[in-house]
Write a protein that binds this ligand. Structure first.
Ligand code: IPE
Ligand code: IPE
Ligand code: MG
Length: 231
């Protein structure tokens, strides 16, 4: 497996079931991200994408949104930044980043800069990310380019993919969703067209490294045909 996508769902339920505030579930979820990065390194993944905050999650209101952003900022500064240096990680943030707060953007750029010359595993963090918004943004950039060039030739998927936030990254071989639901919730809808899907009831804060080992092992047994006759 080169690239695994993770839909980290269930933080809120994890906290509520313990009689705690939702925010403590997000904090515990951030600790799980660190475990997942370690496991991904051990499994020698090239790339791992974490779905941290969707364009739709802004509906949750200011308190939850800013709470999640502050947990995220703490995680980036205190956990990811040292890992970037120690493990030579590359980092990529994907999403409509202009919707983030200036403080969070500053932390993002700090982490970004730290990983610029690294050659290790790529950690992708999707925040203020929505697949539909990504596609619309890509088409608008493509349209602008084509108007400038007076180009009306047919559009290909390869061309579209060069305008997606994920341009240059391998498409996810597998996507796993924690938290019991079996839906994408706007996560990499184009890029996951041929991904293998894994679903688990486990809530994200309960993630253990063994969960990732198991997915990698399961994936090894699976053959993707991409429409061809199995060989
Ligand atoms: C996932 O956990 C984290 C984000 C969406 C930011 P949730 O906050 O959605 O947790 P549940 O689904 O309410 O339990
Ligand atoms: C998916 O979880 C988004 C992230 C994990 C960031 P949600 O909790 O937002 O998904 P829905 O609303 O249940 O579809
Ligand atoms: Mg949820």
């Amino acid at each position: 497996m080169r690239h695994l996508g993770i839909i980290m769902d269930g933080n809120g339920r994890w906290a509520v079931s313990r009689g705690q505030e939702r925010l403590s579930g997000h904090a515990e979820g951030a600790k799980a991200v660190a475990r997942a990065i370690e496991a991904a390194l051990e499994c020698r993944l090239e790339c791992i994408t974490f779905y941290a905050f969707s364009t739709e999650n802004f509906k949750r209101g200011v308190q939850e949104t800013l709470g999640i952003f502050s947990v995220l900022a703490g995680f980036l500064e205190n956990t990811l930044l040292p890992l970037v240096k120690e493990k030579k990680l590359r980092v990529r943030f994907i999403g409509d980043l202009k919707r983030l707060t200036p403080e969070l953007l500053e932390t993002l750029s700090k982490v970004n800069v730290a990983g610029l010359n690294n050659t290790g595993m790529t950690v992708v963090i999707a925040l203020a990310y929505g697949g539909r918004e990504e596609i619309a943004t890509a088409f608008n950039m493509l349209l602008e380019r084509r108007l400038i060039n007076l180009d009306a030739s047919p559009i290909t998927y390869d061309e579209i993919s060069r305008y997606l936030y994920t341009a240059g990254l391998p498409e996810p071989d597998a996507v796993v969703r924690f938290g019991g639901y079996k839906r994408l919730s706007n996560f990499l809808p184009l890029q996951s067209a041929y991904s293998e899907f894994f679903f688990t009831e486990k809530l994200w804060p309960d993630f253990q490294k063994e969960d990732l080992y198991k997915i990698c092992a399961e994936y090894q047994k699976i053959k993707r045909n991409f429409g061809d006759i199995p060989k």
